[in-house]
Design a protein around this ligand. Structure first.
Ligand SMILES: Cc1cc2nc3c(=O)[nH]c(=O)nc-3n(C[C@H](O)[C@H](O)[C@H](O)COP(=O)(O)O)c2cc1C
Length: 165
């Protein structure tokens, strides 16, 4: 594992994020992995941040609420099948790590593990969260993304470690 600055692989990571990345929340005893495709890497409050959006209906939401750490593991090679599984099954009733043949690896600076074999990793500590407020988003986007409610909670995580393998 090679430590990097948060911005070193940001272009590559954001391009890959569009195809999906693994968001993990929880700790070494109990965690959950889900696929995300929306997120951003930025610099706020004088620190590097990774922002992710999680709908309250996701099992992962509970882990994000109960803990204050999460990791984003970005596959730079193809992990299409595992991303599809972790983006369609819920940890409520499926052991997704086992079903997708994934291996969790201990985080370096946080208790939340990362998904081994991905290539680029961000470990984060939630420093701010907010729920999207109905009526405030661009109407077209709101219609496209929130017809059924389930407005995302947005988690802004300080990137406390970033590394590649
Ligand atoms: C490519 C892809 C991207 C996704 N991105 C997000 C996302 O950014 N936020 C979100 O809440 N759900 C997203 N999902 C849906 C969740 O991954 C999916 O509902 C998952 O089954 C939730 O698992 P959980 O119930 O174990 O948390 C995405 C799904 C796919 C396939």
């Amino acid at each position: 594992m090679k430590d990097i600055s948060f911005s070193d692989e940001a272009g590559k990571a954001l391009a890959a994020l569009k195809e999906g990345a693994f968001l993990t929340a929880g700790d070494s005893s109990k965690s959950n992995v889900m696929t995300i495709a929306w997120g951003s890497i930025g610099f706020i409050w004088g620190k590097p941040m990774f922002t992710v959006l999680v709908r309250p209906s996701r099992f992962t939401h509970r882990f994000m609420e109960e803990g204050s750490e999460f990791t984003v593991s970005v596959p730079v090679g193809s992990m299409k099948e595992a991303l599809a599984l972790c983006g369609s099954k819920s940890g409520r009733d499926t052991d997704k790590v086992k079903a997708a043949g994934l291996t969790l690896q201990a985080g370096k600076k946080v208790a939340t593990p990362v998904v081994a074999g991905c290539g680029v990793y961000y470990e984060c500590r939630t420093v701010y969260k907010y729920e999207l407020t109905p009526g405030r988003l661009d109407k077209g986007l709101e219609e496209a993304c929130y017809k059924n409610g389930d407005y995302h909670t947005v988690y802004v995580g300080e990137i406390v470690a970033a590394y590649t393998e």
